[in-house]
Design a protein around this ligand. Structure first.
Ligand code: ME8
Length: 540
């Protein structure tokens, strides 16, 4: 099934906006690489005008506390940490020309949140109420009755504590604004019924449906400024700040130009919000409800991926077990890390355990051993002395070439299908299996033995083997552009593939080297290749 909004000629995908209370780790990079890959795929392979949004979530008590702890003003603190996320995007080549980086502390975002809030008020969906619950001053958190236990302290007096932290809690009541979320259980269920692909993968959708079927309660969407001093004020009531999740979710509108509706219409709504499964409910319940309430279109899809773990435990800021991504990028190269994340993180339903050893194995076996090896073989003096890509005739193929040719034809369709349904591992399998088969085909044909002496039939078969194999490399190069953009571009340039011939329509056998600017060998008339890169595409 085609899952992007295939009607439109634009594409818009988002990452979560990341909290600035600590530095980024590999889990954050994973979400960003997924989005960057989808955006590059749509822009370069499908030719759609594409927008990527990412950024930082900067309000709330935790950020305020982190700023105080480091002796900075909240804004100075946010500037500094936000820069780390921006820097990581750049370092990982998550650039895609059209990327918006939203900071919730920006004036543009404040104005979007204000408009959204006022829109909800105007529709009668926000009302003033009291928030009551067990509050622990030292944790600065509310707890539900199930999270609280009654104990007898050392002086023999009975008191209530938060079971998780042991902190003393007291029954508190404070003013709050609420959003009429309870009205939206049925409309949300209906939305999911009409759009069965809206939440990916399927298992996550089922979780959301079960949650909705239990019914929803109205949502507290503001906090007293006395308790949460760092946030956006409720319009018309300076004693309250807007709940950080309402503030944060609105970034997807800010990035698309809201409240200026003209720019909004171009990219909005998002084709896909990519998030970790930890924040699925906010994106699959609260956000669509808010959008419905405000009369705005809903995203086409939400992809909630699994988590990266480190020795079995979820990588998280609070645990401090996050793998530091900049060092990895530095050590192994950008494309190797990008490839590894989508390879071993290829099934978004699962969690993935980080292993530096596996990263090395994937490099050695697949990037260096399969793609790199094929590229250097096919451009070697022994096999390809004139450095050309021989033309071959698809309807007159030698029987021994048929299987390889067929899998080359199949792989692009499969690759596209898998990429569009976020099955990155399977998409890469398609490429790897084809290239593996080409390597085997070469091994069987042994054209390097025939090349120097071959004539007649031998020579023709030799040219076919070489031409077909180079064509498979060309197709792999095109398809791999979204995932390993730098290496794919080097490979395609080495094959002398014109930039106008690097999109999806060209990713099929016999559709390369057609450009008029192409240089041809004076004797054979075959397209010329560039000399191989010293050390190979993927060095040892
Ligand atoms: O939740 N594995 O920000 P956050 C995979 N500000 N992905 C991971 C991960 C892991 N171990 N750890 C984090 C917030 N992520 C809010 C979001 S959006 C309107 C507001 C990724 O800094 C994953 O995408 O805690 C996860 O959902 C996100 O980072 C959480 O980032």
């Amino acid at each position: 099934s085609q899952t992007f909004n295939s009607e439109s000629n634009t594409f818009y995908a988002t990452t979560p906006i990341y909290y600035v209370n600590a530095a980024p780790h590999l889990g954050h990079l994973y979400s960003s690489i997924i989005v960057d890959t989808l955006v590059r795929f749509n822009r370069h392979l499908k030719g759609r005008d594409s927008l990527m949004a990412t950024g930082t979530d900067e309000h709330g008590l935790k950020v305020h506390q982190a700023a105080l702890a480091s002796g900075e003003t909240p804004l100075a603190f946010c500037d500094r940490v936000s820069d780390k996320f921006r820097h990581l995007a750049k370092a990982a080549n998550v650039s895609a020309e059209n990327m918006v980086f939203i900071r919730t502390s920006s004036a543009q975002h404040a104005s979007a949140v204000k408009s959204l809030w006022e829109k909800l008020v105007s529709k009668g969906l926000i009302y003033r109420d009291q928030y009551e619950g067990w509050y622990a001053t030292s944790d600065e958190a509310f707890y539900s009755p199930e999270e609280v236990s009654e104990i007898t302290n050392s002086s023999g007096i009975s008191e209530h504590i938060a079971s998780a932290t042991g902190s003393k809690v007291h029954w508190t009541s404070e003013p709050t604004y609420r959003f009429r979320l309870s009205k939206f259980s049925a409309p949300l269920l209906e939305w999911l019924e009409k759009n069965p692909d809206a939440i990916q993968p399927e298992t996550r959708k089922n979780e959301v449906i079960r949650y909705l079927e239990d019914g929803l309660e109205d949502l507290s969407v503001s906090r007293p400024i006395s308790r949460v001093p760092w946030g956006l004020p409720v319009p018309g009531d300076d004693s309250q700040v807007i709940y950080v999740w309402v503030d944060a979710l609105c970034n997807y509108l800010t990035a698309a130009g809201y409240p200026e509706t003209q720019t909004l219409s171009q990219f909005y709504p998002a084709d896909v919000h990519v998030v970790g499964k930890d924040i699925l409910r906010f994106h699959a319940v609260y956000w669509p409800a808010i959008l419905m309430g405000a009369g705005l279109p809903l995203p086409h899809q939400i992809l909630a991926h699994g988590h990266w773990t480190s020795e079995g435990a979820k990588m998280s800021k609070s645990k401090g077990n996050g793998v530091e991504p900049l060092g990895l990028l530095e050590k192994y190269g950008i494309d190797t890390v990008r490839y590894y994340l989508l390879r071993d993180g290829g099934n978004t339903s699962d969690d993935h355990d980080f292993s530096e050893l596996e990263l090395q194995v994937k490099y050695k076996k697949e990037l260096m051993g399969t793609i790199g090896n094929l590229a250097s073989r096919l451009t070697s003096k022994a096999l390809n002395p004139s450095l050309t890509a021989p033309t071959y005739l698809p309807d007159k193929l030698h029987p021994s070439s048929l299987k390889t040719y067929q899998s080359m034809e199949e792989q692009t369709l499969q690759f596209v299908k898998y990429l569009e349904t976020y099955q990155f591992g399977k998409a890469l399998d398609e490429i790897m299996n084809t290239l593996f088969q080409v390597n085997q085909y070469l091994q069987e044909q042994e054209p390097w033995k025939q090349a120097p002496r071959g004539d007649g039939e031998d020579k023709a078969l030799c040219a076919e083997v070489l031409g077909l194999s180079l064509d498979s490399l060309r197709i792999a190069g095109i398809l791999l552009q979204p995932i390993i953009p730098t290496k794919a571009s080097v490979l395609l340039s080495q094959l002398n593939i014109d930039v106008d011939e690097r999109s999806l329509p060209f990713a099929y056998p016999c559709l390369g080297w057609k450009h008029s600017k192409q240089k041809y060998h004076p004797d054979s008339g075959f397209p010329l290749l560039s000399p191989p890169i010293s050390g190979g595409l993927f060095p040892k």
